[in-house]
Design a protein around this ligand. Structure first.
Ligand SMILES: Cc1cc2nc3c(=O)[nH]c(=O)nc-3n(C[C@H](O)[C@H](O)[C@H](O)COP(=O)(O)OP(=O)(O)OC[C@H]3O[C@@H](n4cnc5c(N)ncnc54)[C@H](O)[C@@H]3O)c2cc1C
Length: 235
């Protein structure tokens, strides 16, 4: 049976929970991650192989945040002794002015301008010539941003978990948290295999965060949606 007390308990062992736990441990606090499945499982937001890493966002604060993460990624890569973000460039194109769940082309370009991040604005013909597309609709335009790239998700999760454990993070897998009960001195964490106790709790349950926060009256009002992605080999 795992030890049932830590300065900080992290609920959720996805990318965010593992990164938070590692940071807490580096600051000298005892920390334990409770994950309802096994680390690296395929039923959460951090599932799969790749994620795009990009600076362009329609919201300037997100773009600033992405820029701030760059030295942190480099530091993580140095400690993990392997590359985690592969900068292959990021090509965004489509109908300008159309808002999608990923943002809006002209707005994202305006944010890059404001932050003085370089990019190439391209017409449909230029995109075809440079990137091997054919017969693009002529109203398509977009941009190429050279610093964008691809996050190696599996390698990142492995690195965060391994470096965390090396810093003293404890991980308990296959244990779901059912409820959080804060009081003046800390938090009681209810699980199917008994209670845990911590001074503080970090809730990093991804899409399921509100299941723990809403009963406390501080739900985030998250809306879960399904997104279809398609990947094409370049010829
Ligand atoms: C299809 C898809 C494409 C995406 N594309 C991109 C992209 O290109 N670029 C980008 O930057 N981001 C992208 N994202 C977003 C990014 O992947 C996620 O924001 C990130 O991985 C979420 O990590 P997380 O740790 O917050 O959540 P998760 O990885 O979901 O981790 C939450 C963990 O909490 C556990 N958990 C939940 N409830 C409990 C409980 N009660 N008790 C114990 N454990 C619990 C879950 O099992 C899970 O392991 C994408 C997401 C998806 C789904």
């Amino acid at each position: 049976m795992p030890e049932r007390h830590a300065d900080v308990l992290v609920v959720g062992g996805g990318a965010i929970g593992l990164a938070a736990a590692r940071e807490v441990a580096r600051r000298g606090r005892s920390v334990c991650v409770l994950e309802r499945f096994a680390l690296g499982h395929e039923r959460g937001g951090s599932a799969g192989w790749e994620r795009q890493w990009r600076i362009q966002y329609s919201q300037e604060r997100w773009a600033r945040l992405a820029l701030e993460t760059l030295p942190l990624w480099r530091q993580l890569e140095a400690e993990a002794e392997r590359p985690l973000v592969h900068a292959r460039g990021s090509l965004w194109f489509g109908q300008v002015g159309v808002a999608t769940s990923e943002g809006e082309l002209a707005l994202a370009a305006a944010v890059l301008d404001a932050l003085e991040v370089p990019y190439d604005w391209l017409t449909a013909l230029e995109i075809e010539r440079r990137f091997g597309f054919a017969a693009l609709p002529r109203d398509h335009e977009g941009f190429h941003q050279a610093d964008g790239g691809v996050i190696d998700v599996r390698a990142t999760l492995e690195a965060l978990a391994a470096l965390g454990v090396r810093s003293g993070v404890r991980v308990v897998e296959h244990l779901a948290v059912h409820a959080l009960e804060p009081d003046g001195a800390g938090v009681t964490v209810r699980t199917a295999r008994g209670d845990f106790r911590a001074e503080s709790v970090i809730v990093a349950c991804g899409a399921f965060t509100d299941a723990l926060l809403a009963p406390l009256g501080c739900g985030l009002g998250l809306r879960v949606f399904r997104m279809a992605s398609a990947h094409f080999a370049r010829r």
